[in-house]
Write a protein that binds this ligand. Sequence first.
Ligand code: ADP
Ligand code: MG
Length: 481
Amino acid sequence: MSDDAATEIVPGWETVIGLEVHAELATATKLFCDAPNQFGGEPNTNIDPVSLGLPGSLPVLNEQAVELAIRVGLALHCRVQRSVFARKNYFYPDMPKDFQISQFDLPINEEGWLELADGRQVGIERAHLEEDTGKSTHVGGGGRIHEAGHSLVDYNRAGVPLIEIVGAPDLRSAEDARAYVSELRSILVAIGASDGKMEEGSMRVDCNVSVRPMGDPELGTRCEVKNINSLRSLGRAIVYESRRQVDLITSGDRVEQQTRHWNEDEGRTHKLRSKEEAYDYRYFPEPDLVPLDPSVEWIESVRSALPMLPRERRHRLADAAGVDTATASLTVERGMDDLAVEALAAGADAGRVLVHIENNLADGSGLLTAAAFASLVAMEVGGDLTATQAKTVLAVLVVDGGEPAEVAAGMGFEAMDDGALEAIVDGLIAEYDEDWAAFTSGDDKERKKKSGFFVGQIMKATNGQADGRAVNELLARRANG
Ligand code: ADP
Ligand code: MG
């Protein structure tokens, strides 16, 4: 995507990143049974024979999970297709069947893309359905399995539906990777597919990193980094891995394809294992489930019920405000783009609307209506309120609602009429005649200094009610005439 020198982690080297994101789908029950899908319950309470993999238990596919997976596929512009569940065989104590039901060569969603806030597109290779495992807790030895005295297993999470979204190796920097995960999370939340909470593990990121000399068309050998729990660790892990791999290559070694573990406290990755290959898992079609073949009618009804997606929101606001999508993205992230678009439609100045949202509405828009927002901005642009007064009035509108003109009047922010302002300015010119002489005949530096002095005096004399722009215009007029 980008070969901008500013994104180089090691000069002369390009980092290539592809992310595999697992998101827990926000269903009421698990993927193959009716045990509840709930975070934070007492251990081993949301379980049943299927979650525990008891002999004779059989999977029954959850329709709601399939619908959410289709939503994800459509939101990521994938082809939604007939898919087949497969057994991925490996042993882990928190996976009692000794296999995970996943999708392998025929995933439900394939070949899509998402758009970052700045307009660049990142490929999506596939987004398939699979079941989550349970959770092991290693007791003693600082929580690490090697030093633990014993381990506990909680099967509440076993069988929770996951969508695994495999991104193309299109990312080139830690910032790209973070922007990609943020966008993916916003999409998943917008379509109601997942709550996207990285801190509760409902969204988990595995990060594939390789390096190559800048300009080399071949991809380097990658390592996959696991256990990344925040956007911050994602960035740190990418920088660490890039440097480690470049060091290996430049010292004459080669990168071995590995699965590595991010250690947040040490700020480094450790080798977990040499990369396993698909054939290690002995994939085969799941014999207890039929292929999943959603009808065109179903897919289209899911499509028509999709809400507006973050990308569409950014473009809508960018068009309405005459800015680029990167500039529009903060307002969309804060969920205030409806408010902004409506205020703009009511004629509000785009620059002021976006500045207020960025600087003065970080905690939300509360009871502020689009109409009140538009009138406030109109008063500000028309010189009836200074920028500082507008900010104060805005804070009241957020908490109490109401009309900006009334709130402003209630706070004594009466528009200064021009005559009153002129009288005050003329009084000050007479009172500080030496400063005035320095202002009118001094050099640029002196002029600037004295201009600050007069503006300060005028603000003091008017209790800050004078409009800064009107004051400057008036001072210039008096100086020239
Ligand atoms: P696997 O089945 O081993 O996980 P995939 O081909 O499905 O392998 O790729 C998994 C992830 O690795 C994808 O997100 C992809 O973008 C990423 N990836 C593949 N090759 C590279 C590479 N050379 N450098 C960085 N990331 C890569
Ligand atoms: Mg993989």
